[in-house]
Design a protein around this ligand. Sequence first.
Ligand code: NA7
Length: 553
Amino acid sequence: MTDPTSPTTPDVDVVCVGAGFSGLYAAYKAAEQGWTFAGFETAPDVGGTWHWNTYPGARCDVESIYYSYSFSEELQQEWTWSERFAPQAEILSYINHVADRFDLRRHFRFNSRVAAARWLPDEHLWEVTLDSGETRRGRYLLAGSGGLSTPKNFDVPGLENFTGLTVSTSRWNISLDDLAGKRVAVIGTGSSGVQCIPLIAEVAEHLTVFQRTPNYVLPARNAPLSADVVDEIKSNYPAIREECWYSPGGIPDRPATDRALDVSEEERRRRYEQAYERSGFLGVGAEFSDLLTDPKANETAAEFVREKIRQTVEDPKTAALLEPRFPLGAKRSCFGTGYYETFNRPNVSLVSLRDEPITTMTSDSIIIGSDSYAVDAIVLAIGFDAFTGPLFALNVTTPEAGTLQQAWADGVRTYLGIMTAGFPNFFMIAGPQSPALASNVVVTIEQAVDWIADLIAHAKAKGGDVIEPTTEAQEDWVKITEATVNQTLYATTDSWYRGSNVTGKPTTFLGYVGGVGRYRRMCAEIGRRGYPGVRIGGQAVAPTIGRIDREIA
Ligand code: NA7
């Protein structure tokens, strides 16, 4: 594709950051299109988040048959998932299998971090600088760096004083046996904490869980997939995938149509019980259409889960501390196995940080006010600097817009969560303001990569090698994402969804919550109309996307 005689010839067509689900599919797609591709990955191998998050109990909260690629029928037929929610090691084996099966590893350089990327406006190229100092130039820069890949800073006071074992769930580098017989503290009770706490409790002499905000933990109901179920899935994959693509959350979740407050209390309870048995993303929080929009409706579901907590946890004081007080689903619910039951063990205690945070630490203790908790090991399960963390780490710069940090100083601004004005030829796979955050991210990854490839092919056919959204179209998308989230209870609750878990981060909602199906139809329509709102070789097609959004509603 490249012209070797031109002074603006790139080393490769596509430079991509990351060899997780995004980067691997981007490499596959580029090869399919006949584009040269250079991928760079900090880790020594493929896997992305599944390479790093190896803590005990790590699993995806989306069922494995959906949290997998759909682009190859052969792949889906030859791979067999063992469980409803396969463990991290199995997900990583799957990613390795995909890399081998499609010979994708050759497109990547491992142990290579992209330290900076700068747009060269005269050459129409991106130049990336690796941590080794080496540079590579590509026409297009793809960020497949993931949404939950930059661990949050260790903002726990006094951690530097602690001389015992410290480990983070997102960079797990010990074995569970290393915690055996020890007094262990786990700080953080999001999905990572919820998954590892029951397993650490089984080996620790004593486990103290330090909880700032209790979350809703619904039973995962994980189980092996029987041969019959696997056969049925394999004979129905095309239909299953189609259902996922046009669903709200990227799983076969047909939206509920009736409202919680329109049925009797008895009927509600019956439905919640059924959903609680089913669990997963199709569980209690998805049972009625108004649970994420009407606080009163939500309270019926939230209280149902709180009641389950009170029924499970024997000590009433501990149960009360575990009861969440924000609307169910307003931040991502956790799916656990034996989580609440763990607090009935004699070797487990719960310390709430709700009223008083950790004051400091000494060499062997966590201090809260006048209380001291002696521990041998601290497990940090404190989460991620979601979406913007990994993107800012790339130090992406253009002469026109400066850094991405500067462009987004007051909050994220994107076109479809894929591009951002002032950064030509820069594409984010499942980026902020895409549906990635509140859905099955693999669906969004495949759709984004396909859409980006179609756009690049379209631009090439038109003879334009610079692609950039207009500010006007970008503002349309920001307004659409804001209007969509403001109709829901997501806007009411602090979490990584809104950037509020990281001190100093502007609070903007980091996703589009109108559903992956609607988003997909919108993106397809934009493509059909010649990419309105995108400047290709300096020319933009009107109208911008606000009108399309209204038309497809
Ligand atoms: P989360 O969901 O962000 O959870 C992090 C937890 O750590 C949460 O309970 C936080 O409390 C707590 N936290 C964070 N910082 C501190 C400090 N300084 N002191 C005490 N407690 C703290 O991250 P996860 O890794 O569990 O899960 C992330 C996503 O991965 C998850 O949603 C799934 O999509 C997969 P807070 O709620 O901020 O009060």
